[in-house]
Write a new protein. Sequence first.
Length: 118
Amino acid sequence: MGELMTAEVTDATFAAEVLDSDVPVLVDFWAQWCPPCHRIAPMLDELAAEFEGRVRIVKLNADDNPLTALKYGVMSMPTLTVFHAGEVVSQHVGARPKARLREQLDAALQSLSTAEGR
């Protein structure tokens, strides 16, 4: 085990990896200099395993990939944004406890299943 469950995406791979995904994707916009970003990384790996097959969790270094961060108005790190079918479903700024991150993912999945059931 020990393998990270989150994948890195870049400006170049963002559309294919996130916008074109068949499942919702939580993007962790982070930066190397951001202590809260480092604190939530292990929680995101755990949630990636917990939600495997239902939600994909990826990381985008906002300093190295400024075009995507700018396009989605990311001004503070970490910014956690859930995308589905190319659209932003939810967005939260700042480090959050694992339970709150799980709630964000559950809420996004619930809203998607409700929308698809219409």
